[in-house]
Design a protein around this ligand. Structure first.
Ligand code: ASP
Length: 307
């Protein structure tokens, strides 16, 4: 019987266990578990991997705990500009949005870009107009407000500093993502983010760039990344995992290790990624102290933050 598998992440970074209360840890783990179970539910009913990753990412976008959808970080103008992407591995179709505002679930907009726009990547006002035309749910700025993110922005507002999603003594990337293998043998990946606090000039990270933060190919695997986007863009990190498997014959585990622990660190690439291969093997790897993550595969469910 064809295997199914799914994994999700809610960002990575310097997450200090001593700075996290038991209550916070439980809240993060519950949200990750809910997301991975919803996605797995879709897969076990014979649903597509694309449905599964969209479903899982929407759960995380709707939670203010993560830097995506509700709870997205503030840009330099005090707004929220979000990036998201989806890709399916059977035909290499992909859809993405960058710098989009007021869309409740950017991952669903990315999917519609793939299915209905005839394009791969839409940005800014045009992406918003397309969302409006597709009648996707929109929210006013108040919906995206989160006190914690607001306080983070206040610390750097008016300065040149662009910050990763972190608080004092803690550096973490709160982007969310999902990868899945469905019963039809198809792989899919999705990623969604608010990017970086105090970002300016329409900065776009790796998440919506196919091959950098998001990639899926039935020949090999599906990948969703989290970390400082500039490094992941320069490393073409997600596609590199695929390429190491396709052209060099590496296993998923080894390909991920090379990218996360050898290629990214010299570029100051801190973070991690989640991946699933066409045989349902899941790899969750990172080069920093922690990554919010969960998976359900043959071995069952696992939810973790630290190593
Ligand atoms: N990769 C994201 C970006 O640079 C940040 C994150 O992973 O949280 O936009």
């Amino acid at each position: 019987m064809q295997k199914i598998a799914i994994a999700v992440h809610g960002g990575a970074g310097t997450i200090d266990p001593s700075a996290m209360t038991a209550k916070m840890e439980a809240a993060y783990k519950n949200a990750l578990s809910l997301a991975v179970r919803r996605g797995h539910g879709a897969l076990s009913q014979g649903g597509s991997s694309l449905n599964a990753v969209e479903t899982a990412v929407r759960v995380l976008e709707d939670s203010p705990l993560f830097n995506a959808g509700r709870g997205a970080v503030f840009n330099a103008d005090g707004g929220h500009e979000m990036d998201a992407a989806v890709m399916q591995g059977n035909d290499l179709r992909a859809g993405a949005v960058a710098g989009v505002q007021n869309v409740k679930n950017p991952v669903s907009l990315a999917r519609l870009v793939m299915e209905r726009s005839g394009h791969v990547l839409l940005s800014g006002r045009g992406a918003f107009e397309f969302a409006h035309r597709c009648k996707l749910p929109l929210e006013d700025d108040a919906y995206f407000f989160d006190q914690f993110r607001y306080d983070q922005w206040q610390e750097v507002k008016g300065s040149e500093q662009v910050r990763l999603d972190h608080s004092a003594g803690e550096k973490k990337f709160g982007t969310v993502g999902a990868v899945a293998l469905d019963v039809h043998g198809n792989l899919a990946a999705a990623t969604s983010t608010g990017g970086m606090t105090n970002k300016r000039w329409g900065r776009i990270g790796d998440s919506p760039v196919i091959g950098a933060g998001t990639y899926a190919n039935n020949e090999t695997c599906a990948i969703s990344c989290t970390g400082n986007g500039e490094a992941f863009l320069r490393a073409v990190a997600a596609h590199d995992v695929h390429a190491l498997m396709a052209y060099k014959g590496l296993s998923l585990k080894e390909a991920v290790r090379v990218v996360v622990h050898e290629k990214l660190p010299p570029l100051d690439g801190e973070g991690g990624l989640i991946a699933v291969d066409r045989d349902g093997r899941v790899v969750l790897d990172f080069n920093c102290p922690g990554m919010y993550r969960a998976k359900i595969d043959e071995a069952g469910e696992e939810v973790a933050i630290f190593r």
